[in-house]
Design a protein. Structure first.
Length: 120
């Protein structure tokens, strides 16, 4: 029987990774075909958004699934993907993938402020 931690073999974003702003999709790759029931993303402000499955959108068990986020992620900070699935080895399994978006929230304010080289 498969160990729960061995079920997820790869993900994008990767667990505990730091990614650039603009992330639009989540990809999950499993050790065996699985039916993913839900994919939710917790944002830095603790709100949650649901990701929509990309084509083929039909239900069924697959080893790799892609989910599109409602909007590209731009806010620097900590995120957590949670997913729920069923497969041959598991009646139900939930997992989490924590990742960061690089940057400092304070620097988002006014990019023009960096370019003040007017020595008049």
């Amino acid at each position: 029987k498969l160990d729960a931690r061995a079920m997820l073999v790869a993900s994008s974003p990767a667990k505990d990774s730091t990614v650039e702003a603009g992330l639009e999709t989540i990809t999950l790759t499993f050790a065996e075909p699985a039916e993913v029931i839900s994919v939710t993303l917790r944002l830095p402000d603790d709100s949650e958004v649901y990701a929509a499955r990309e084509a083929p959108a039909g239900r069924g068990r697959q080893k790799e699934v892609r989910y599109r986020l409602p909007a590209p992620l731009t806010q620097p900070g900590s995120y957590s993907v949670s997913y729920a699935l069923i497969s041959k080895s598991f009646k139900s399994l939930t997992g989490f993938i924590d990742f960061q978006i690089a940057g400092d929230a304070a620097t988002d304010a006014a990019p023009e402020a960096d370019n003040q080289e007017n020595d008049e």
